[in-house]
Design a protein around this ligand. Structure first.
Ligand code: PMP
Length: 376
């Protein structure tokens, strides 16, 4: 059996130990005589699986009881609608602010506009100069002290890791420091969820599609402060009203049971690795090694300004774009898969989530050296 190094942005590599355990338990989970896929979501076995997943996630991210943890569906794209449907009416102005730093935050704002008003608090869509260096649009991030937050907004949306552009906000701001203590910070953390410690207590809510760092596609993890629940707009579908989902502990309707089970196995794997602080150290080492190699010569170009670079998604270009196809072909021959950049930007992108070991990153670095030597 050959397992390749999978650099896909998502769905993406899962820890091998998790896949093996799932395989072992496929036909009979814990003596239940059935697969998790076949169980009632209301039965004692699945209730145990779901409760453990929630407890482990709370432990990993130090989530207090002030927050509800919900397992929902529809991915982060549906959440772009579910968030405004639930949170716009938490304050009378029914408007939301957005930090626009790439395709995902742009989509979030566009979706919000279907249900209420929105305002751009900050954006990286223009060129700027940092440390005397001109940065192209989309290759830098606006620091929180430059954000113009409307203090009357219901919430401020931040995509803390733009998966396509490869831009990551290392720390989440305190809204009081931005002169807007009443505004709830809402974070789309989909593509770096659980890759580092995250201060949930600074937020009104955090959401993440699971299919990068937390599990398979199909479950969206929603962590929402309880005082923000109970304000859904009348048009909000009942299955998406946080009031119903929180009251029924994610069982208002049939949840994506198998995806929750796998996410639960990933949470246990993360705990065995030493938790998110240990994962962060490993992720720093992997990202540093990769970006150092990309920066070593001008054969490759990583366009994002170093202070804004994502540890999870590293976009890069070959100086000579006519070599792109040969680069991808050679990579695949060496078992380095899914390195094509997003269709909207071209070039390459290496996604190196929690489940990608240093060994896989080193294999990519060796190939980058080899390809440059052959073609440079
Ligand atoms: N937000 C971010 C940051 C993402 O990376 C993605 C998916 N790549 C989405 C939202 C959309 O997620 P989904 O496809 O699960 O709806």
């Amino acid at each position: 059996m050959a397992r390749y190094w999978n650099f896909s942005a998502g769905p993406s590599a899962l820890p091998e130990a998790v896949l093996k355990q799932a395989a072992d338990e496929m036909l009979d989970w814990g003596g239940s005589g059935m697969s998790v896929m076949e169980m009632s979501h209301r039965g004692k076995h699945f209730t145990q699986i779901c409760n453990e997943a929630e407890a482990d996630l709370r432990e990993l991210l130090n989530i207090s009881d002030e927050y509800a943890v919900l397992f929902m569906q529809g991915g982060a794209t549906a959440e772009n609608a579910i968030v405004p449907l639930n949170l716009l009416a938490t304050r009378p102005g029914q408007s939301a602010d957005f930090v626009v730093t790439g395709i995902w935050s742009t989509k979030s704002q566009q979706e919000c506009q279907r249900y209420g008003k929105s305002n751009v608090a900050a954006s990286n869509r223009a060129e700027t100069v940092i440390d005397g260096k001109t940065c192209a649009p989309g290759t830098w991030m606006p620091l929180p002290n430059s954000w113009q937050v409307n203090p009357e907004a219901s919430y401020l949306h931040l995509c803390s890791n733009e998966t396509i552009a490869g831009i990551e906000f290392a720390d989440w701001p305190l809204m009081a420091d931005l002169g807007a203590p009443e505004v709830a910070l809402v974070v789309d953390a989909s593509s770096h969820f659980l890759s580092r410690p995250m201060d949930v207590s600074r937020t009104g809510m955090v959401f993440a599609g699971a299919q990068k760092n937390a599990g398979p596609a199909g479950v969206t993890i929603v962590i929402v402060r309880r005082d923000l629940i109970g304000h859904a707009l009348p048009i909000c579908p009942t299955a998406f009203d946080y009031t119903n989902v929180a009251r029924e502990r994610s069982m208002y309707n049939t949840p994506p049971t198998y995806a929750i089970y796998i996410a639960g196995l990933v949470f246990k794997w993360l705990k065995r690795q030493g938790g998110v602080a240990a994962l962060e150290q490993a992720n720093i080492a992997k990202a540093t090694a990769l970006y150092n190699r990309l920066d070593r010569s001008d054969f490759y170009r990583a366009p994002v300004h170093p202070f804004a670079r994502s540890r999870m998604n590293a976009p890069f270009f070959l100086k000579d774009g006519s070599l792109d196809d040969a680069f991808i072909k050679g990579a695949e021959q060496r078992g380095l898969m899914a390195l094509q950049g997003h269709k909207t930007v071209g070039g390459m992108r290496a996604s190196i989530y929690n489940a990608m070991p240093m060994e896989g990153v080193q294999a990519l670095i060796d190939y980058l050296d080899e390809f440059e030597q052959a073609n440079g």
